[in-house]
Design a binder for this molecule. Sequence first.
Ligand SMILES: Nc1nc2c(c(=O)[nH]1)N[C@H]1C(S)=C(S)[C@@H](COP(=O)(O)O)O[C@H]1N2
Ligand SMILES: [Mo]
Length: 234
Amino acid sequence: MTENDWHSDKLAKIVEARMKLKTRFEKQIQATPSVADPTPLGKGPANRHGMPQVPVGQTITQKWPVLDLGYHPQIPLDKWRLTIDGVVENPVVLKWDDLMALPQTEDVSDFHCVTTWSKLDMHWKGVRLLDLAALVQPKENATHILCYGYDTYTTNVALEEALKPDVLLAHTVDNQPLALEHGGPLRMITPQLYAWKGAKWIKRIEFLPMNKLGFWEERGYSNTAYPWRNDRYS
Ligand SMILES: Nc1nc2c(c(=O)[nH]1)N[C@H]1C(S)=C(S)[C@@H](COP(=O)(O)O)O[C@H]1N2
Ligand SMILES: [Mo]
């Protein structure tokens, strides 16, 4: 086998596992509020998902504010690692080159911060959480992920949200490398949930057989964070 054969064999396996995961979670994904809510709260023309352009209580901003715990960890790419573990068949620790060798996805999506600003039509590039899940293969009992940042931040996401095709581990935004203050070199984005569900400076994704609250969820933020239900605090 040449290195190329090995590489395309690995890719073919990821694509096959991705299809299986999609099938396994399709019903749950179709039932989420950002897909199936008959009375979504918001205003403006339909967005790319048939939801209102802006969720209730949000104002469009052109600027991109920075929100975090105040510490911006700097990880050189040669030291950078992403651990994906928990209830999975094949836990992995990815180096930067491993991440870049995975299928790369570009997507345009909106960013809704719970502090009431929304930035529309951001152009992202990175690796789908779905493809990372295909790589590690969550066991049958996996229901959630808990994401960890290099700054000690944590946030939880249910798998039916995390496996949506626009959930990316992003390294590039609007054709520029993701800036440190926005979570560079790599952050997660969850365009169909409030933005605190996307960990900046992501270092670990743990698949869990139950729900486990993250940093803000423990402090009264909503477990589910659906923008079109004004689902901010619990
Ligand atoms: N690692 C980490 N990720 C984080 C946070 C954080 O404090 N640490 N803050 C969250 C919150 S509350 C929001 S609103 C978004 C903000 O992303 P931005 O600073 O790029 O606008 O990142 C989320 N991800
Ligand atoms: Mo936030």
